[in-house]
Design a protein around this ligand. Sequence first.
Ligand SMILES: Nc1ncnc2c1ncn2[C@@H]1O[C@H](COP(=O)(O)OP(=O)(O)OP(=O)(O)O)[C@@H](O)[C@H]1O
Ligand SMILES: [Mg+2]
Length: 224
Amino acid sequence: MLTHAFTYIQAHMITIGMVQQKGGVGKTVIATNLATSFQKRGYEVALVDADPQGSARDWAAKAENPPMTVGVDRPVVHKQLPKLKGFDIAIVDGPGKLERMTVSIIKASDLCLIPVQPAAIDLWAVGTVIDHIQTRQDLTEGRPQARFVISRAITGSTLTGSIEEVLDEAPFGRLSAGTYQRVAYTRAVGNGEGVVSGNDSKAAAEINAITDELESILKLKTHA
Ligand SMILES: Nc1ncnc2c1ncn2[C@@H]1O[C@H](COP(=O)(O)OP(=O)(O)OP(=O)(O)O)[C@@H](O)[C@H]1O
Ligand SMILES: [Mg+2]
């Protein structure tokens, strides 16, 4: 167990759910890297692998000091998560298609992160997930919050700018930080590592910037 670097005032665990009905958009890469980065900052982190493919579990099996990782293979994340005690943050990695599991993750989350690659085909895929989140928000007076996060942007491509413009018309905001296409991510996810501890400083800065934004949106960090 890591020692807490800070004292937190949140009384309950904060849950961040990765949701996107499209496969291969970077959910697992962002989930595992956020888990490592929050852990490095002193939070007690639970990583919940709600994708039957089990990629987050495979990652944890290779990791030296992984966060506590559990697999949930049925759409009961919203029922199981409240039973987890002693954690500051749960990060839920979701499946790459829309199914009851996605709805369960939305119900369980304080914040849904929707990774979007800078391509029109990815944008077309987000409509249904947006509908599901909004339907839930209507029932709960706004929970979960939701943000898009640009994933695998290509340096120098104008596509990212046009996608950002489209996303800014959507009902949820977009994180200003995101990931660029970098070998460091593929390597880290395959080796059970997080880029915040690796030697690609640009990748580390991207994940740290996403973590900073999440700390601010979720009002997480409170110095003792
Ligand atoms: N920023 C990045 N730079 C380079 N490669 C990346 C990046 N993000 C993801 N990838 C690679 O893209 C592929 C898909 O990423 P990932 O597995 O995270 O997507 P996913 O949304 O979890 O997919 P699935 O829906 O199948 O679970 C992986 O091979 C991963 O290594
Ligand atoms: Mg995945």
